[in-house]
Design a protein around this ligand. Structure first.
Ligand SMILES: [Fe+2]
Ligand SMILES: [Fe+2]
Length: 308
């Protein structure tokens, strides 16, 4: 079969809703795009532990500390699942890690913002994990088998993260005046960044069309962002929290919440490495990697010893 025929057959399989498995033929470009997307996702889970890990020692009580510890550990697990799933595409985890450490691979820009108060932890669970779920629920139906299967369990855990975050936010919103102000301030600082998590608008997203044709992505960035806004605004209203967007209004005809303009200059500036915490995040990651060198060496020595 010629390459063109293979491609046609591959696209037909995708069109019929078939799932592509590691040993199946796939276009090189499909493999490359998946490696890029999945490794970016795995890196985000790992870097995403840093802003929240920052508050583990300062959680206000035991129950909150347990919840936060469990959540941060879940994120580590998500990273490991997705790295394993990425390895099925024939790429080495060490290589992926090097790309993260040398800056050639990206992770979600949301984690380049600081966590300034305890309320940020609740708001991250509610908004950041909430946005992640909207994205990941669809990835659980994407065309690549290992990626879609890893998403099924991850989504269940993300739902727990979102619920504990929202519960935290609603407790603070119904608390003292200071608590309410603290949580409103956190929402003001995280709202727009959560909307940016869905990535640039469809017209400025060069990979979108191809990813959608191959069902790596099932909905566009703008559709997902709209879904997140529609789900989240009513939740904010229930607990009397304001969304920091003067242009936000409900359109009765479309049934959607319309929202204001996103500051894409800020988004691109953070992507390029100029966010408030980019340097600290990378420094923390590099330090953890070099501190873990002895573990990797010991594991390798152990594996060699048991080879024969
Ligand atoms: Fe996660
Ligand atoms: Fe999460």
């Amino acid at each position: 079969m010629s390459e063109e025929e293979k491609l046609l057959e591959f696209e037909k399989r995708i069109e019929n809703g078939e799932v592509i498995e590691p040993k199946d033929w796939m276009p090189e470009r499909y493999r490359k795009q998946l490696i890029r997307m999945m490794s970016q996702h795995a890196h985000s889970e790992i870097i995403g532990m840093l802003p929240e890990g920052n508050w583990i020692t300062r959680a206000p009580n035991l129950r909150r500390k347990l919840g936060l510890l469990a959540k941060v550990q879940d994120e580590a697990g998500h990273g490991l699942y997705i790295y394993s799933a990425t390895e099925t595409l024939g790429v080495d985890r060490q290589e992926l890690n090097e790309q993260l450490l040398n800056g050639s691979a990206k992770y979600s820009s949301i984690f380049n913002y600081p966590t300034l108060s305890w309320a940020d932890i609740g708001v991250i669970g509610w908004l950041v994990d909430g946005a992640a779920i909207v994205n990941q629920t669809l990835l659980a139906k994407c065309s690549y088998g290992p990626y879609q299967r890893s998403m099924v369990r991850i989504c269940k855990e993300e739902n727990f993260h979102k619920k504990q975050g929202y519960e935290m936010v609603s407790t603070l919103a119904g608390g003292t005046k200071e608590q309410k102000e603290m949580v409103q301030d956190a929402v003001n600082r995280w709202w727009w960044q959560s909307l940016m998590m869905f990535g640039p608008s469809d017209k400025d997203s060069p990979n979108s069309a191809e990813l959608m044709r191959w069902k790596i992505k099932l909905k566009s960035n703008d559709e997902l962002r709209q879904r997140f806004v529609d789900l989240t605004v009513p939740q904010a209203r229930v607990i009397d929290i304001e969304i920091p967007d003067p242009d936000l209004k409900f359109n009765k005809e479309t049934g959607h919440w319309e929202f204001g303009e996103i500051n894409w200059d800020e988004f691109w500036s953070v992507v390029k490495g100029n966010g408030p915490m980019n340097k600290q995040r990378m420094a923390a990651r590099r330090k953890a990697h070099s501190k873990g060198a002895w573990v990797r060496e010991a594991a390798e020595a152990y594996a060699n010893k048991h080879k024969n």
